[in-house]
Design a protein around this ligand. Structure first.
Ligand code: PMP
Length: 367
């Protein structure tokens, strides 16, 4: 017998497992609309022109030194401007504790660990449905989870009344995970007025809003407009937390570049909080990778490249189709079409070559 006899295979990841199954399928007709990554019309990966240009500028000049524990100061500064506003006083007054994170996942995870370490009795309220990994992240950080109503399947819209009830019924001072824009997987976001009501009720209840912003720019096509929910909460004086990712909106998936920020009462508090965030990162991965952070800082700090990015980001990604799990299973088993079982279609996987095949197959399983 060996050391690891008792180790059973882990459950397949509901999202990444789809791609594994797709790759293993020998059918020439197979279609992958599971993966959340951009593809060109031949199904090939896409790199944004602004990223190509930033890389040309880096080429030859990049050394391989460690970044500071908290990551690239410049990347963090640019990220905060994107989320909190170009001219935000909160940034100028240094009220925000922020570190570069291993993309959105890493930002959520460091926050969850921070929450557990400094408010060990707190819980996190997570919307139904949500990106499946949220559950894993807070579970592994040993923060207990509750859910709140979000999506209304019959109207294919927001279940605003039920959501507000859950917010009101949660114990005062609860932590809520909010998708800042382009909710994954439904694509359903509260309207501005609804965000105002949510923010108001959070004030009444003294809840903590943690914004996961993995798709800034993908909801409206404009990163500034997509930050609206956050800005509303800031105007109302909330001490928010925010996870930012450049995986999708800059197509930097594998570079793992993102930012975790926590708004604090004052600069002294922000310094303390940042030092603790860094201390959580130190034994996990010490400091974050340098290349993607440099690409992001170059793009966001150069007006020409930023303008280029703003043009390139005007795109969306997912369609929450309403297909049921058994219909998705039929699509996969009978038509070699791969997607997550919640019926989410990644539009990036739809090409002129497969759109007819896909449409016909969807018709077959839904008629
Ligand atoms: N949050 C949400 C809601 C997401 O959809 C994603 C990407 N699938 C992430 C966070 C994090 O992705 P990444 O770690 O690649 O930035």
């Amino acid at each position: 017998s060996s050391w690891w006899d008792h180790v059973e295979p882990a459950a397949k990841d509901p999202i990444l497992g789809v791609t594994e199954a797709f790759l293993a399928d020998p059918s020439p007709e197979k279609v992958n609309v599971g993966v959340g990554a951009y593809r060109d019309d031949d199904g090939k990966p896409v790199v944004l022109e602004c990223v190509r240009e930033a890389e040309r500028r880096i080429a030859g000049n990049l050394n391989m030194e460690y970044l500071p524990m908290g990551g690239s100061i410049k990347m963090i500064e640019e990220s905060l401007k994107l989320a909190y506003g170009e001219d935000s006083e909160l940034i100028k007054d240094k009220h925000i504790a922020a570190i570069q994170a291993l993309s959105g996942t890493g930002a959520c995870r460091v926050f969850a660990d921070f929450q557990r370490r400094f408010l060990p009795d707190s819980q996190i309220y997570i919307p139904v449905p949500t990106w499946a990994n949220h559950h894993n992240i807070w579970r592994d950080a040993h923060v207990s989870q509750r859910t709140f109503h979000y999506y209304h399947p019959e109207t294919r819209g927001l279940d605003f009344a039920a959501m507000m009830d859950d917010i009101k019924n949660a114990p005062n001072g609860s932590f809520f995970l909010l998708h800042a824009c382009a909710h994954n997987p439904t694509g359903v976001d509260p309207s501005e007025d609804q965000w105002r009501e949510i923010s108001y009720q959070f004030k009444v209840k003294n809840h903590f809003p943690f914004f996961d912003m993995a798709y800034q720019g993908f909801a409206s096509g404009d990163p500034e407009r997509d930050a609206k929910a956050i800005r509303i909460f800031l105007d109302d004086g909330h001490m928010i937390g925010c996870a930012q990712s450049y995986a999708k909106n800059m197509g930097l998936y594998g570079q793992r570049v993102g930012c975790l920020s926590l708004l604090c009462e004052n600069e002294i508090q922000a310094v303390s909080v940042k030092s603790q965030l860094q201390q959580i990162a130190r034994p996990m991965y010490s400091n974050p990778p340098v290349h993607g952070a440099l690409v992001v800082s170059i793009i966001l700090s150069d007006p020409e490249l930023k303008a280029m990015w703003l043009k390139e980001v005007k795109i969306g990604m997912f369609c929450y189709s309403g297909l049921k799990p058994d219909q998705v299973d039929r699509l996969t088993n009978e038509f070699h079409i791969y997607m997550t079982r919640n019926g989410r279609i990644s539009m990036a996987g739809v090409t002129t070559g497969n759109v007819g095949y896909l449409a016909n197959a969807i018709h077959e399983v839904t008629k």
